[in-house]
Design a protein around this ligand. Structure first.
Ligand SMILES: [Zn+2]
Length: 451
């Protein structure tokens, strides 16, 4: 019996992955260049004498300049890598070892007008983004100081715990996300330019989801889809489709494309690109706006891919449970009954959605001996807050754990207590408690919402 040829894991995919890895390396180098200006600004902050000094905070000029320069460098490198890649790819895919993939530095690249214009356009938005984020950094530091002052926090203590959120070397999410996206957008633009030169031989494009994107909710379903290069499909879904997207396209001959079941065959539910990514950035030559402004403020839990809960059911926030003196069995019983109570309270009338489902796994979550009596007593005091954290989180981080999307909802309850709600498949899976100064540890992945 004749079997259809298996969907090939092409050399192109491997080469695209190698390009993507190369870019990740370049992003890491750019991040390490940011250490010095970030550290210098931190030292400057630490030498301030009073809250009053924060009123006249100097603009972080060195951070802004270094940020813009690093973005520009990534853009140029990414563009050259994208524009020189496919030439090598098509003719020599089976021959070149990955290690021989040219780096952007050792390729002699001849700039034509189209390329120069593209890079110029990206570069001007790079400095605008650097300026915006640096201004926001200063504003947020001033706001933090104002807040701490009004709460009567001693100045020394405030300085000790001061974080330059999104810029700190331990958790540089603004820097990393912008670097990553700039490098990949420029790569896509260079690649697109190259594609245009080969259309006679290779008139079709196949979406190639790379890295975690092969399981991510947006790019996973797009992986492998094939359309003619001029199909309107690409006006919406050409990579990139979200922050930190590393996806790409590969060119196919008419022969390769026309035999495939993936040709002109959209998936049942086409995923929606993130805001700012719903076009073809490679054609339009713009960088997505900054992380903060392009992450839409979510208006309800549904947009966070969670079923919505009844917003009318206000929770009595003062209702902390007194767990002092409870035995382990009493604690576990309390947990079980709360989970069941939430389930009954928040289940939709048609039973189609419920946020908290009392499965065996969920109910047995804290049975193991790794949870001490003290831990459970401390944690379960806050059980009543679980529904509230989903309705009114301070931040939502999209994270991928064991190849599954697992958004983390963060809510600061008071100066010392942070509640973390973790969801899998749109349902409560786990909750945790931590101190405010540990919060950066869980700020990982893509920031989808910030209050
Ligand atoms: Zn992607």
């Amino acid at each position: 019996m004749l079997r259809p040829a298996p969907y090939p894991l092409s050399h192109n995919r491997m080469l695209l992955q190698a390009c993507s890895n190369k870019q990740t390396g370049a992003v890491n180098r750019a991040l390490s260049k940011m250490r010095i200006p970030v550290q210098a600004y931190r030292t400057y902050l630490f030498n301030l004498r009073s809250y009053a000094d924060f009123q006249n905070l100097a603009f972080p000029r060195d951070i802004s300049t270094a940020f813009g320069a690093a973005l520009t460098e990534l853009i140029v490198q990414g563009y050259i890598l994208g524009a020189t890649k496919s030439r090598k790819t098509r003719q020599a895919a089976s021959r070149i070892a990955f290690s021989k993939l040219p780096s952007a530095d050792d390729v002699v690249f001849s700039w034509d007008l189209a390329s120069a214009k593209a890079v110029d356009s990206f570069t001007s938005s790079a400095f605008a983004i650097a300026q915006t984020l640096s201004t926001e950094l200063r504003d947020s530091l001033q706001a933090l100081a104002k807040d701490a002052f009004s709460q009567g926090l001693p100045f020394m203590q405030f300085k000790e715990q001061l974080a330059m959120q999104g810029f700190d070397t331990g958790n540089p999410y603004h820097l990393r996300t912008n670097f990553d996206t700039a490098a990949n957008t420029a790569f896509a633009a260079g690649h697109w330019e190259q594609i245009k030169n080969n259309l006679e031989l290779f008139p079709y494009l196949r979406y190639v989801a790379l890295g975690n994107d092969r399981t991510c909710e947006i790019c996973g379903p797009l992986d492998g889809l094939i359309y003619p290069h001029d199909d309107p499909f690409w006006d919406t879904w050409a990579p990139l489709n979200h922050w930190n997207c590393h996806c790409s396209v590969e060119q196919l001959t008419a022969n390769e494309a026309e035999g495939s079941p993936k040709l002109n065959n959209p998936t049942d539910v086409m995923p929606k690109p993130q805001v700012g990514f719903d076009s073809n950035p490679a054609k339009l030559h713009y960088l997505p706006d900054t992380v903060r402004t392009s992450n839409p403020k979510l208006t309800d839990a549904k947009e966070a891919r969670l079923p919505s809960v009844d917003a009318g059911a206000a929770w009595d926030k003062d209702q902390k449970i007194n767990t002092n003196g409870m035995s382990k069995q009493e604690l576990l019983d309390t947990y079980h009954s709360k989970i069941i109570e939430f389930h009954n309270k928040y289940e939709a009338p048609d039973k189609s959605v419920c946020l908290i489902v009392p499965t065996k796994e969920v109910l047995g979550k804290f049975d193991s001996n790794k949870y001490t009596l003290q831990d459970l007593r401390r944690r379960f005091q806050y059980l009543n807050y679980l529904p509230d954290i989903i309705q009114n989180p301070d931040e939502i981080w999209d994270r991928n754990i064991n190849n599954k999307p697992r958004p983390h909802f963060i809510k600061v309850l008071d100066k010392n207590v942070v509640l973390v709600f973790e969801a899998v498949d749109g349902h409560y899976e786990y909750f945790n408690l931590m101190l405010l100064d540990q919060i950066d540890k869980i700020r990982n992945g893509i920031l989808r919402y910030k209050k």
